[in-house]
Design a protein around this ligand. Structure first.
Ligand SMILES: Cc1ncc(COP(=O)(O)OP(=O)(O)O)c(N)n1
Ligand SMILES: Cc1ncsc1CCOP(=O)(O)O
Ligand SMILES: [Mg+2]
Length: 209
């Protein structure tokens, strides 16, 4: 099992950068304090996804931070990503562990139902995404809004690293950490910010203070 010490997790796509260059936004975010990145391209072809993943991998390598690929194991393997993030409707973590036979890869798994905490998929995962903590326009096909109480409940049921995602903002991240999350994952609070470096810097300071 890998050691997961990351605190600010950027989940990024070209579309979420709203016309800005995705690599430039990612670079600014890393400079501001993002310490792990996920490429989440829900509508790209495999070729487009791979091209973007290779660009982001080069950037992540430059700053020595892990690149995680959302959903697509083929792309993750092809670009030699640090890991993959999957949810309830994706390839299950235990299967990924068997197929991607490399011990040091990070597998993230979304928790949408409390019952998932007792299945073999969660055992195979390195971290759990609490998905979503609060409702968000960035992802609307969600099941449970966990809230702060949900984080506290899950914290009592597992020692796995917990990543909070869903409407994470400067004014709620400290409460989310205090409720038991280990790391904060954001899309729009950084990708849509007029100054992504400052947005990341402020979030990181709020998380670690
Ligand atoms: C860190 C993190 N947590 C949760 C998710 C959501 O994953 P999933 O439920 O598979 O939904 P999609 O992202 O595939 O729409 C995530 N991507 N990252
Ligand atoms: C990918 C994902 N999974 C659960 S919520 C979410 C989107 C989070 O986006 P934002 O940070 O803009 O609320
Ligand atoms: Mg998914």
């Amino acid at each position: 099992m890998i050691s997961f010490t990351y605190k600010l997790y950027l989940v990024i796509s070209e579309a979420d950068c709203k016309g800005k260059n995705m690599i430039a936004v990612a670079r600014q975010a890393i400079k501001g304090g993002v310490d792990i990145i996920q490429l989440r391209e829900k509508n790209a072809s495999v070729t487009e996804f791979t091209t973007k993943a290779l660009q982001l991998k080069a950037l992540a390598d430059e700053y020595h931070i892990p690149l995680i690929i959302n959903d697509n194991l083929m792309v993750a393997e092809h670009v030699n990503a640090a890991g993959i993030h999957v949810g309830n409707n994706d390839l299950p973590p235990a299967e990924i562990r068997r197929e991607w036979n490399v011990a040091n890869k990070i597998i993230g798994y979304s928790i949408e139902y409390i019952e998932q905490l007792h299945n073999e998929q969660m055992e195979a995962a390195d971290y759990l995404g609490i998905s979503p903590v609060f409702g968000t326009a960035t992802k609307t096909d969600t099941v449970t809004e966990w809230g702060l109480e949900g984080i506290t409940t899950i914290r009592q049921l597992t020692t796995k690293p917990l990543i909070a995602i869903g409407n994470m903002q400067l004014n709620n991240v400290k409460a989310v950490i205090n409720a038991g999350a280990d790391c904060i994952a954001v899309v729009s609070a950084i990708c849509s910010a007029s100054n992504p470096e400052k947005a990341a810097y402020d979030l990181k300071n709020e998380i670690i203070k």
